[in-house]
Design a protein around this ligand. Structure first.
Ligand SMILES: Cc1cc2nc3c(=O)[nH]c(=O)nc-3n(C[C@H](O)[C@H](O)[C@H](O)COP(=O)(O)OP(=O)(O)OC[C@H]3O[C@@H](n4cnc5c(N)ncnc54)[C@H](O)[C@@H]3O)c2cc1C
Ligand code: SF4
Length: 513
């Protein structure tokens, strides 16, 4: 009897359900690098290199632990370059008698898994992915019958269930949520400790050469490459974050500073999403630092809420919203994504900083993604599917289960308010308050009209005016519409003309995208 155990590139955990459910003496673990997955959107070269290198290291760790691993490299001449073809080949090659796999985090790949049994003529068990803190079924129970899916309610339920940051039945520090303390603007003189950088070993160097040759033309810098690619390195990243950055994480969570691509963020999302770290162990490490008196409660709670709250919530929403979620377009947006999303070549400093970080690291922090890159795309009315494909391609932590709710729901309001109670739309004033970008920008952040006016301002008002039919009754936007109505008609006309002029000058789609 030989069980074939396919392990996907984001299932790199020794505790993955298919591994714990199988006897290693009767199993062959299958890991495959396929071009279809690297190119169905053109992933950032650093993201591809990170995943392939982490896969190769994980395969070695499994072998060392006594597993038989059948590993198919991208440049294997017989590689069919897609999952279905490789499953069929591997089933024959290993004379498999059955398949055990963990459900993928994407509807698209789950549909493939569901046909592997038929394709091979073997029984195929698809096990639940139990590396999350909650289960899909428990989330669905929580969501059942609710009119609104409020993240904060769900987060408190998980706090109680896990005991994280709980003193008996009460929240540690006396409050559930310290967000009001976590919106500090950046101040001068802060020191930003750099996250760890790992010198590529021989495995990573081989992957880098392969990725440069095959995917070097994709958007993004492959080098320098310093990602953690093993469980041990991932744990070192966790320790480093807890020791050096967590204490300031809360205060400056929403801040942006020119030239500071990481600030006090953890950079742990690619590692957690690929399975090198488990979300609960990350939360427990942050809680332990708080209990030891090393970090304040607003930092520990703010950080734990991102994982226990937001991460679990978006995962649950992804599954209950169904496979068509990525096609939603509530605001009817049709514009092409401007070419500078693929180059960073724009005179708007906020966008060039955020896209530049993305190009360099395959990473940008949350407020850059939400309030700069996503906000701008929504204000100018980009087709949300193009925005979705861009976010999926360029970030090292992007998989559909986490990317689509964040992009289609939170950032583009394309689901009509399932995820967010109002669109995350903002003019230049917000970016100016939370960053130092505007002081060095060629545009004047306080101006709404005129040749030097910050484009975000007229675009913001134009967005609200344009979508009044759909958004005008949203109670969270009433104050904004009041503001618009207080402008004199001539001012309203001038603002909308300014926006129209800007939109007419915007570059179109990048060649090849
Ligand atoms: C438009 C948009 C797209 C995004 N796309 C992704 C994506 O593809 N993959 C992804 O992992 N995150 C995504 N996020 C969420 C968030 O921006 C990233 O998780 C975060 O920037 C990762 O960097 P970090 O590890 O330094 O995070 P930190 O700021 O240190 O936060 C700690 C952890 O909390 C979790 N987290 C925080 N916010 C979220 C969230 N909204 N959803 C899920 N997990 C969260 C992550 O695991 C992260 O590592 C997106 C957010 C927006 C607004
Ligand atoms: S002035 Fe406007 S375009 Fe320039 S950085 Fe500020 S918000 Fe961005």
């Amino acid at each position: 009897m030989t069980m074939l155990v396919p392990i996907l590139g984001d299932q790199l955990s020794a505790s993955a359900a298919a591994l714990t459910a199988t006897d290693r003496r009767d199993a062959v673990v299958l890991m495959v690098e396929v071009a279809d997955e690297a190119t169905y959107v053109r992933h950032h070269p650093k993201k591809i290199a990170f995943i392939f290198s982490a896969m190769r290291h994980f395969a070695d760790e499994l072998r060392a632990a006594g597993w038989t691993v059948d590993y198919v490299c991208l440049d294997d001449p017989a590689n069919t370059q897609n999952f279905d073809g490789e499953i069929v080949r591997a089933a024959t090659r290993n004379a498999a008698t059955g398949i055990v796999t963990v459900e993928a985090g994407e509807w698209r790949v789950l549909a493939m898994q569901q046909r592997w049994g038929t394709l091979t003529g073997l029984s195929c068990s698809i096990l639940a992915d139990d590396r999350f803190i909650d289960t899909r079924a428990d989330f669905a129970d929580w969501a059942q019958g609710r009119k609104r899916f409020v993240m904060e309610d769900y987060y408190r339920l998980l706090r109680r269930r896990t005991g994280l940051l709980m003193d008996g039945t009460n929240p540690a520090g006396g409050m559930w949520n310290f967000d009001s303390e976590n919106r500090k603007a950046p101040k001068k003189g802060l020191a930003y400790p750099a996250p760890p950088h790992f010198t590529p070993d021989v495995i990573t160097k081989a992957v880098l050469a392969l990725v440069a040759a095959r995917f070097g033309h994709h958007f993004g810098d492959l080098l320098p490459f310093g990602h953690a690619v093993t469980r041990a390195q991932a744990l070192a990243c966790l320790d480093d974050f807890i020791a050096h950055r967590l204490s300031q994480f809360g205060d400056y969570q929403d801040a942006m500073v020119a030239g500071q691509d990481h600030m006090f963020h953890s950079q742990l999302s690619p590692l957690i999403n690929a399975g090198l770290l488990l979300p609960l162990e990350v939360c427990r490490a942050a809680e332990a630092a708080y209990r030891a008196g090393d970090v304040p409660i607003n930092a520990a709670e703010g950080f734990i809420r991102q994982i226990l709250g937001w991460r679990e919530y978006v995962r649950g929403m992804h599954w209950i919203c169904g496979p068509d979620y990525a096609a939603r377009n509530h605001l009817g947006a049709t514009r092409d994504l401007p070419a500078f999303y693929w180059t960073g070549d724009t005179d708007m400093r906020c966008l060039s900083q955020a896209i530049g970080a993305t190009r360099r690291h395959a990473h940008a922090h949350h407020i850059q993604r939400l309030m700069v890159i996503g906000n701008f795309a929504m204000l100018i009315g980009v087709d949300p599917h193009q925005v979705h494909e861009w976010f999926l391609a360029v970030y090292d932590d992007a998989y559909e289960w986490v990317e689509t709710p964040n992009v289609i729901g939170m950032s583009q309001f394309a689901d009509g308010g399932v995820m967010a109670t109002k669109p995350y739309a903002a003019g230049g004033a917000y970016i100016n308050r939370m960053s130092d970008y505007c002081s060095g920008c060629r545009y004047k952040v306080k101006d709404r009209t005129g040749p030097d006016a910050c484009p975000f301002n007229s675009l913001y008002w134009d967005f609200l005016a344009r979508h009044r039919d759909l958004l005008g009754k949203n109670h969270r936007l009433l104050r904004m519409y009041d503001g618009w109505d207080r402008f004199a008609p001539a001012e309203q006309t001038a603002i909308r003309a300014q926006a129209a002029g800007f939109l007419a000058r915007l570059p179109g789609k990048a060649d090849g995208y």
